[in-house]
Write a new protein. Structure first.
Length: 193
């Protein structure tokens, strides 16, 4: 894994532990020679992880849609920045550049990106390892909901093998490094109506 895409909040959340873990993950990236691919922002956890990678002599690539430029949230100190036409293009380009994905705590955008990359994995569009950094139990209820989707027959057990979860940056990086894709879902629909 040379390039890891991180989805995370443009807010820092209400608990300092989120910023601490974003800083730790950024340091691990830089020390491991991993390039951060992310949404190009300077605020919230996005800015925190980018700053941590850069502060430790690492590389950061941002991809930001042009409509956000007037909001002045674009990080100005990145190794590389791509300004694109839309959110859809942004997500596709970030995924194309990446070898793995990590979702950290965040809001609507983070969940949108996480579920889209999981859907692409289900459809066989990539085999990247996907990690969920479950800092402070942030994703506990979401993980229960995903299990309920399996229990209720909307997903299969194999869908649970499409991602790994850990509460610490170090633990998650170890799991991503050892990830082996298991089982295919494409064409094996649960029901046809």
């Amino acid at each position: 894994m040379k390039n890891i895409l991180v989805y995370c909040g443009s807010s820092s959340g209400g608990n300092e532990i989120y910023k601490q873990n974003a800083t730790e993950l950024g340091r691990i990236f830089a020390e491991s020679g991993i390039k951060l691919i992310y949404g190009g922002g300077s605020v919230g956890l996005m800015g925190t992880i980018a700053d941590a990678v850069l502060a430790n002599a690492g590389e950061v690539v941002g991809v930001i849609p042009s409509f956000m430029e007037p909001w002045e949230v674009q990080h100005k100190g990145l190794t590389e920045i791509h300004v694109v036409e839309s959110m859809h293009i942004r997500k596709a380009i970030m995924a194309e550049m990446s070898d793995a994905v990590i979702a950290m705590p965040g809001g609507w955008g983070t969940l949108d990106e996480l579920f889209e990359i999981l859907t692409w994995r289900q459809l066989g569009l990539h085999e990247m390892p996907i990690g969920i950094l479950n800092v402070n139990g942030f994703f506990d209820d979401l993980l229960k909901m995903i299990q309920k989707m399996v229990t209720e027959g909307f997903l299969k057990d194999v869908n649970l093998n499409m991602f790994v979860v850990d509460a610490s940056p170090k633990g998650l990086m170890e799991k991503l490094s050892n990830y082996i894709p298991q089982g295919e879902v494409v064409g094996k629909w649960i029901g046809r109506g």
